[in-house]
Design a protein around this ligand. Structure first.
Ligand code: NI
Length: 420
């Protein structure tokens, strides 16, 4: 508890400001193994030495030293030697603490065990395995113990890129004093989970930990190509779809769509019309801060292929600037109204133009069941799905679409993510 407390208080304060942030740590130098069969703990590395305790099969221990067939181990309650052959390697996975008031870390899988500390909402912990009764053995920094499994959730990462000319220093904890685990080279693509007080938790290959959030950027394509689908998921990874919502933001419908996306941990892309951006800057911010991608859909939704080049520039730049005013970032993708583009339109683009693989025709039929039917009929890995966040019926139908796609094993990512 001692080393958690000041940070925990700080964290509670942060939580009141921003929902979904996190503190946490990576595995670092703490090495955890699992006990493969019931065994005795000896005081010295010899079966003739004093027996100081027992370990049940399935227990987790911290390895402190290994030599000549003996391993020195530590648990919250005891320390000593066991024969190395009773121990097996275990892999860990990062999970988020989702319990609103946090959850207690116990020394053993029981409510009656001693408290190690409190883990607050938004922290990333490493789960090494489970114990009967709904318990998970976790590591947080140098602390280990058991928490209720239902207080944890596997987070969905998004891809980001390191932007630090000399590389980004990866640390064990979200602090400038955190143990240095290594350096991640500039331009490396990483899996990004969450940010706390300027530190971003990332994973790349076998490395996990924190880099400065300022050294991470959205992956952005800077070409003027036209895309209508994404690339297939990497081998062994989940299938992906990119949900896109056009013509908003709308003061009523967009927040409902955001709430449904959140329920499914879904990331989406919103192609916004400039005049609606200026009217609803608070909602633009809300969309951006929830981790969705913001796209440009022109200022007045005109058919660009009928305009002069000056007219096209005005339609595109007006919305780019309105979005910049709202969130301090320019849009990363563009969608021409009606999908109408040509060489003249592309000649002024510096970001990709995104069409779609599935047109739900939600604007035409205003029927939630038909949205689902069109998705069911044609969805596949890499699909870009077109909907509109200005129709109440689209918001009403979204939950069923997400439920269906989730059951089919899809992950919901942004357009920029699905293009690479
Ligand atoms: Ni449109």
């Amino acid at each position: 508890m001692k080393k958690f407390l000041p940070y925990a208080l700080f964290l509670t304060f942060m939580m009141s400001l921003v929902v979904g942030q996190l503190s946490a740590s990576a595995e670092g130098s703490v090495k955890i193994q699992k006990v493969n069969k019931d065994t005795i703990i000896y005081e010295e590395p010899s079966t003739n030495s004093v027996e100081i305790g027992e370990l049940a099969k399935g227990s987790f221990i911290i390895v402190t030293q290994v030599s000549k067939g003996w391993t020195h181990i530590q648990t919250p309650e005891q320390a000593g030697y066991v024969t190395s052959d009773v121990l097996v390697q275990v892999k860990s996975e990062g999970y988020l603490v989702i319990q609103k008031d946090g959850t207690t870390l116990f020394t053993a899988p029981s409510q009656n065990a001693q408290h190690v500390g409190q883990l607050y909402e938004g922290r990333v912990v490493y789960v090494y395995g489970t114990a009967p009764g709904g318990w998970s053995f976790v590591q947080y920094g140098e602390d280990t113990g058991y928490v209720a499994t239902n207080a944890l959730k596997k987070p969905v990462p998004t891809k980001k890129q390191i932007t630090a000319p000399d590389g980004a220093v990866l640390r064990l904890t979200a602090s400038p004093n955190g143990e240095v685990l290594g350096t991640i080279a500039n331009k490396t693509t990483v899996q990004y989970y969450i940010t706390l007080a300027g530190w971003a938790y990332v994973e790349v290959n076998d490395q996990k930990g924190y880099v400065k959030a300022s050294e991470l950027a959205n992956i952005q394509l800077t070409n003027n190509k036209v895309y209508n689908k994404g690339v297939p998921a990497e081998k062994g990874a989940k299938k992906r779809v990119a949900l896109t919502f056009d013509d908003g933001p709308d003061a009523k419908v967009t927040p409902q769509i955001l709430a449904t996306l959140k329920k499914y941990d879904a990331k989406a892309t919103f192609f916004m019309v400039g005049k609606n951006v200026s009217r609803n800057t608070a909602i633009v911010k809300q969309v951006y801060e929830a981790g969705h991608e913001i796209g440009n859909h022109t200022s007045n939704h005109k058919k660009l292929t009928s305009l002069s080049i000056a007219g096209v520039k005005q339609e595109v730049n007006g919305t780019s600037n309105a979005i910049y005013t709202a969130i301090g970032q320019y849009p990363t993708v563009f969608r021409p109204p009606y999908g109408a583009t040509n060489d003249q339109v592309r000649s002024i683009m510096t970001i990709p133009s995104i069409l779609w693989s599935i047109d739900t025709l939600d604007w035409k039929h205003h029927n939630p069941d038909k949205i689902l039917a069109s998705v069911k009929a044609s969805v596949k890995d890499g699909s870009i799905i077109l909907m509109h966040d200005i129709h109440q019926t689209t918001a009403n139908g979204l939950d069923n679409v997400l439920l269906y796609l989730q059951k089919q094993g899809y992950e919901f990512v942004t357009v920029s993510d699905i293009l690479q």
